[in-house]
Design a protein around this ligand. Structure first.
Ligand code: SF4
Length: 442
């Protein structure tokens, strides 16, 4: 690989990063044009003389070698480069190591490395091939008093949008049918990047949850959003759900419904208008499934606070609910709060909450009986399959017990005609508190 680095110290650092990556992937750097299969030119576009110098360098490399990738400041003026040198292979802007590496991989695939080559482009995944978790950020800017994640992992750091979308595309190409978007605070994606615009497949995409969800939704897989706090722009995401671009499923950890306790917990999001917003979301997207988690027995929780929580659940009619009793975590600020709740009271409240939620969940699921739902098959069984609808996240929600329609059984072969990772339509015949039962229809 040939490399020409022009311009200021910042451009030089960019060159160092690119060369480091090239070397890490096994490419050799050649000091001459004839020893190289390809030449990367990091250009400067600051003043006219620098532009001329860059254009001359591109011309020389094309004449001497013929295979040229251009990066750096002049790269933002791609038209000018193409006007002077239409033969360049690719052009990227400054600070775009990934863009350069993509172009290099396209025109000169990396040499075989027995270690790296065994790793597929989508990376090593511990989930079944048909669904995968897509982590969009690390850390959290909030300081919920019961949580120590910010002290363990630091403040929010969002992954660059092109990197997230590239990983998602690699996964979908490798057979992933469902992308589960996760982070500590999915709604806050991009806040640390000031929602800067990145580039994906040649088009600008803002580092923000709404455009991210929309771009993921175009990849042809189910997109499910977890750990979404009810910031105002979640309303836009619900619109995408109504347009069937992402699954109509929101996992929002509300944790409580008493404003006094939520303040003591220092929870993010506007907690006061929650019921109003849930009603508004459902009117925009009637198929919306809402999942949440709650804590009983947080320090200072009175019977009145707890009753507010039960009233909230009754009003909100959430589809899926998990409930934990409060347990002090070493180092959490809430441990110092007064009003510790006795263990048996925490558990009694947890049981009352879950009893109420079971009646709600049973009624919510019964609405699906007699409808046809699309499912994604997780497991093939002797009699059919275990699958999930858009309402069911893997591991934490219910399942659909699928049996085969008689028209799908082939005479003497009773084996199911469904495969793991396949979508099917199922006529729902029965429901209970958590699960559905149904039959495949064509
Ligand atoms: S938002 Fe979540 S991760 Fe962040 S501090 Fe609160 S509970 Fe912890």
């Amino acid at each position: 690989m040939g490399f020409v680095s022009l311009g200021c110290p910042k451009a030089l650092v960019d060159s160092e990063h690119i060369i480091t990556q090239l070397r890490a992937e096994g490419y050799d750097i050649s000091p001459s044009y004839d020893g190289a299969d390809l030449v990367v030119i990091n250009t400067c576009g600051f003043i006219d003389s620098a532009i001329e110098e860059s254009l001359d360098a591109i011309g020389e490399a094309l004449a001497e070698n013929g295979q040229v990738i251009v990066t750096g400041c002049l790269g933002v003026n791609a038209e000018r480069i193409r006007a002077a040198h239409p033969g360049v292979l690719a052009i990227t802007g400054p600070h775009d190591k990934e863009g350069v590496m993509r172009a290099v991989h396209q025109h000169l695939p990396p040499p075989h490395d027995p270690f790296i080559s065994l790793i597929p482009p989508q990376g090593i995944k511990l989930t079944p091939r048909h669904y995968a978790y897509l982590k969009i950020s690390e850390g959290c800017n909030h300081r919920c008093t019961f949580c120590i994640i910010p002290s363990l992992r630091g403040d929010l750091v969002s992954r660059p949008i092109h990197e997230v979308l590239q990983e998602a595309e690699n996964l979908v190409k490798a057979g992933t049918r469902e992308l589960l978007v996760i982070s500590q605070d999915t709604s806050a994606y991009g806040v640390d990047l000031r929602y800067r615009t990145g580039f994906w497949n040649g088009r600008p995409v803002r580092s923000h949850l709404t455009p991210l969800a929309e771009a993921l939704g175009e990849m042809g897989a189910w997109v499910r959003l977890h750990y979404v706090y009810p910031y105002p722009h979640v309303d836009e995401v619900v619109e995408l759900m109504a347009q069937k671009k992402v699954l109509p499923y929101l996992d929002i950890p509300f944790q409580h419904a008493s404003t006094r306790l939520l303040r003591a917990m220092k929870r993010p999001g506007n907690v006061e208008r929650t019921i109003e917003r849930i009603h508004a979301w459902r009117s925009v997207c009637p198929d919306l499934t809402l999942r949440s988690t709650f804590i009983t027995g947080f320090p200072g929780e009175t019977e009145e606070d707890f009753q507010m929580l039960l009233d909230f659940l009754q009003e909100a009619q959430l589809d899926r609910v998990g409930c934990f009793t409060y347990s002090p975590v070493d180092g959490a600020a809430a441990n110092a709060l007064p009003g510790a709740v006795p263990e048996e009271v925490k558990q009694e409240r947890q049981a009352r909450l879950m009893a109420l939620q079971e009646t709600i969940s049973t009624a919510r699921l019964a609405r699906h009986v007699g409808t046809i739902r699309q499912v994604l098959v997780d497991e093939v069984t002797a009699h059919g399959a275990l699958a999930r609808t858009s309402s069911d996240a893997p591991e934490i929600d219910g399942v659909v017990h699928v049996s085969l329609g008689s028209d799908l059984k082939s005479g003497s072969d009773p084996r199911p005609k469904l495969a793991v990772g396949e979508f099917a339509n199922v006529w729902i015949e029965k429901s209970d508190t958590h699960d559905l039962w149904g039959r495949v229809v064509k």
